[in-house]
Design a protein around this ligand. Sequence first.
Ligand code: FNR
Length: 188
Amino acid sequence: NKLSITAICGSLREGSFNRKVLKAMEELAPKHWEIHHVDISAIPLYNSDIESHGDPQSVVELKESIRTADGVLIITPEYNMGIPGVLKNALDWASRPARSSVLIQKPFAIAGATPGGGGTAQSQAQVRQTLLAMNAYTMPGPKVLIGSVHEKLNETTGELNDESTLRHLERFLIAFEQWILIFKQSQK
Ligand code: FNR
């Protein structure tokens, strides 16, 4: 039984710590998971004038990837104690049309990493609030709040190699699968 997971990274930069966490999750994920990455870097700033002429290709891809997923994983940095604009913008596009968007009743899980000490708690709280407005089903916990992430990487490969963080990510992934299955079963 394959599980289709869409992954969205709230950082666009190549060397992103959050992308490294996502890569670690991909390696830890159960073998029956198929993880599909969505690139949000080409999504224009939301503008209903653009939307009225039809969704741009990048938005079509985003919506299709969410629509066909069993669950969506968001891994995001924190900018100025909140959600990065690029991520909020992508979610705003995906939330349309409001009453029939692909986000409605979609299981989500949120994680984040920062070189700072707060573990992206405030950014994640805003993502949760945004998804609540969109009627998505966000997993309450366990939470993944990775602080001092730069100290948790292998010095040569740059991969996340902090044992207790990796074990926590494993628990998070298993919990997300259980969260998804609650809704899959209720749809039968
Ligand atoms: C940051 N950063 C940051 N970190 C944090 O923990 N809390 C914060 O409020 C902020 N604010 C903030 C604002 C802006 C505009 C930038 C560019 C950065 C630092 C941030 O965590 C750091 O740049 C990370 O490396 C970003 O994540 P990625 O790109 O490495 O995944």
